[in-house]
Design a binder for this molecule. Sequence first.
Ligand code: G3H
Ligand code: ZN
Length: 302
Amino acid sequence: MAFLVNGNEILQHARDNQYAVGAYNTNNLEWTRALIRGAKETRTPLLIQVSTGAAKYMGGYKVVRDLVLNEMDAMEADIPVILNLDHGDFAAAKECIDLGYSSVMYDGHDLPLEENLKNTKEIVRLAHERGISVEAEIGKIGENQGVGELASVDEVVMFAEAGVDKLACGIGNIHGVYPEGWEGLNFERLKEIADAVDNPLVLHGGSGIPQDQIQKAISLGIAKININTEFQLAFQKATREYILADKDIDKANKGYDPRKLLRAGTDAITESMKEMIGWMGTRPIDNKDSKVVFDEASLNEE
Ligand code: G3H
Ligand code: ZN
């Protein structure tokens, strides 16, 4: 029977040894299977997460939990799996704690600091009672191609002292596609934060950041990198190619069957995941001294 781990040990090992573990959003059944497959094939830990919107789309947090656990069993997932609520409000965090998610992100960054801290402490209490890990957002991750707010070092320390396990700090990162002329990550602030706390640091908006910046951020303490848009674009590109090649209207081969129509896109998620695992130097579970190096040639395999 499948079980989840909270990932604290894995992410602390990553921070202490300067590599990162990807945190991949699931959007549906195909995504879930593509992510489990990528983790199995690279023998790396899998951090699978769901946003409130994606959970709603799939029928709720319980459906997502059951889907992940059932696919882990069906696919014989013999790697550690962490299931994280991504950017949840107070009610969502409580619900996911009750459902047995192994990690929750309580995101109260829009609230006044005092209220956010009070809620965060309550989530930490409820989660830690059950061995569940907690993540918080400090400062603001940018949205809609605009930068957010840099996390203040004092606030990061406050959230670490409140018992938060992993800290997602605004450092010039943005969700979604980065705009032309984006200034890049603020490494100065990241270094100040990393000097102040030992917790694993989280980089949201991990899609579309150049490889050198990803690797510099990891060298400065980033241990978890959230990636969603990158895989959506990989899925979209491969699906578009399938359709533009008229494979969907190939009646003789039943190219319209969703199992075929979604296949190229689903495979592209796994390939894109493997590439990111190579960038992040994620360590395989069987040999934590070696890094997974992505084989670029496999990207072009049929
Ligand atoms: O919380 C989720 C992420 O921060 C994903 O961001 O879609 O820009 O990769 P992204
Ligand atoms: Zn995020």
